[in-house]
Ligand binder design. Structure first.
Ligand SMILES: *Cc1c(COP(=O)(O)O)cnc(C)c1O
Length: 424
């Protein structure tokens, strides 16, 4: 079958030899998925999910039982007091904006102790001047970078926390940076340190791409809010839109007054018939994340042995589903993305090209042959066309699709003369 996709013998044999060395790691991933599957089922049983909760509401959405139970399930599964899980949260960036702007007031300071946040948040915060940013509303921003070895700058963080510091934002995943992703344990240490300096500071974790990768979530180690996108991990590939915020009740309430309006909060917001896909997507998410993780580890092992720098490397433990591969040339990034596209079930016949996307400061190439536009729990790859020319690869609703995508990417690089095979 692989040969019918244009994958040559050499690429296939190499891929199979890499895969045969990954059995133990794949087993550990399956065991985590099994644990997280139980966690989700238990939450659904506790909340007494029933088929009445799949019914659609319209208009104001008063008494939307399905919406309320869905939020209870998220709160139970992620161990928070309350949750906001809505199709009206358009994306991860929007959910983060709602969580931040709902909980910050003029004169407050926002601190990122883990370096520069995800590109789209630069405009939300006002790191890059932008109309409507938190900066325009009088919220100041401070940042403490990670040390060159990727560890926390404890001394710098201690100095940065002051009486104005209201909220600390911690990004779990690397995003478009080549720093390491934080483990839940590391996030817990950071939160304990910050709360040791200032107990009433709100610790928010941008949990994008991290859900169900480990057995614990940041809410298990002291996070007041975790925030993410439903077209990433927790939507399980079925959610067609949406975002979530889970955590402390007062934080979620404040976010809800920003999402709808002061006085309305969580009481309004029709679910428009999307509840079933949200429930079912969450139910599938642990196994979908497992497939995506296998794909990421497979890609790391494939490209590392060919001499490319990969983050995380082939051996490291995983804390999100992202795999960065540094090609050092625009052609490498483009060939990789074109290979991912060519393996897709949808739009496999189109050729992705770099373009100026809103929210990003360099042209970005994106490969996505997805059932849901922009869904990155589905097999996808993207890379900003700037130094160091790294591609970020993630997703795959099944391991078999992720494997095909990685093999196709390698085939495209080989066809373009961009790989040296001397190690094989
Ligand atoms: C994806 C992502 C976001 C939000 O992105 P959207 O495309 O708006 O959903 C924020 N932070 C991180 C780390 C992400 O990976």
């Amino acid at each position: 079958m692989y040969q019918k996709f244009g994958i040559c013998r050499q690429v296939l044999d190499y891929g199979l030899s890499v895969e045969s060395g990954l059995k133990e790691r794949f087993l550990a991933i399956d065991e985590n998925a099994e644990y997280n599957q139980m966690k989700v089922i238990q939450a659904m049983q506790k909340a007494r999910v029933s088929d009445i909760h799949f019914a659609a509401t319209t208009g104001y959405g008063y008494n939307d039982l399905g919406r309320d139970v869905l939020e209870e399930v998220y709160a139970l599964a992620f161990h928070g007091e309350s949750a906001l899980v809505r199709p009206q949260l358009i994306s991860g960036t929007h959910a983060l904006h709602v969580a931040l702007s709902g909980n910050l007031r003029p004169g407050d300071e926002l601190l990122s102790p883990v370096g520069k946040p995800y590109d789209t948040l630069e405009e939300v915060i006002g790191i890059r001047d932008s109309v409507g940013s938190l900066k325009e509303y009088g919220v100041r921003y401070r940042q403490v970078d990670l040390l060159p070895d990727g560890s926390f700058d404890w001394e710098g963080i201690r100095k940065a926390v002051n009486d104005k510091t209201k909220l600390v934002t911690i990004q779990r995943s690397k995003g478009y940076a080549t720093r390491p992703t934080l483990s839940v344990k590391q996030i817990g240490e950071l939160i304990a340190f910050v709360k040791g300096i200032k107990p009433d500071v709100i610790c928010m974790v941008d949990n994008c791409y991290g859900e169900f990768v480990e057995r614990m979530e940041p809410t298990d180690v002291g996070a007041d809010m975790i925030v993410g996108s439903l077209i990433k991990n927790p939507g399980g590939g079925l959610a067609p839109i949406g975002g979530y915020i889970v955590g402390r009740k007062d934080c979620i309430d404040r976010a809800s007054y920003r999402l709808s309006a002061p006085g309305l909060g969580k009481e309004v917001g029709a679910s428009l018939g999307l509840n079933q896909s949200f429930f079912q997507g969450l139910f599938l998410a642990p196994t979908v994340v497992a497939g995506a993780l296998k794909g990421a580890i497979f890609a790391a092992n494939i490209y590392e042995r060919l001499g490319f720098e990969v983050v995380p490397n082939s051996q490291e433990s995983r804390h999100d589903i992202i795999q960065a591969v540094t090609f050092r040339t625009p052609e490498g990034v483009i060939a990789f993305c074109q290979g991912i596209q060519a393996a897709a079930p949808v739009d496999s016949f189109v050729t992705p090209e770099p373009w100026d996307m809103p929210g990003y400061d360099a042209p970005v190439i994106m490969a996505a042959g997805a059932f849901v536009q922009g869904s990155s729990i589905e097999l996808s790859a993207d890379g900003p066309i700037k130094e160091p020319y790294a591609v970020y690869f993630q997703g795959g609703l099944t391991w078999y699709h992720a494997k095909l995508g990685v093999l196709m990417s390698l085939q495209k690089l080989k066809d373009a003369g961009l790989v040296k095979w001397n190690e094989n």
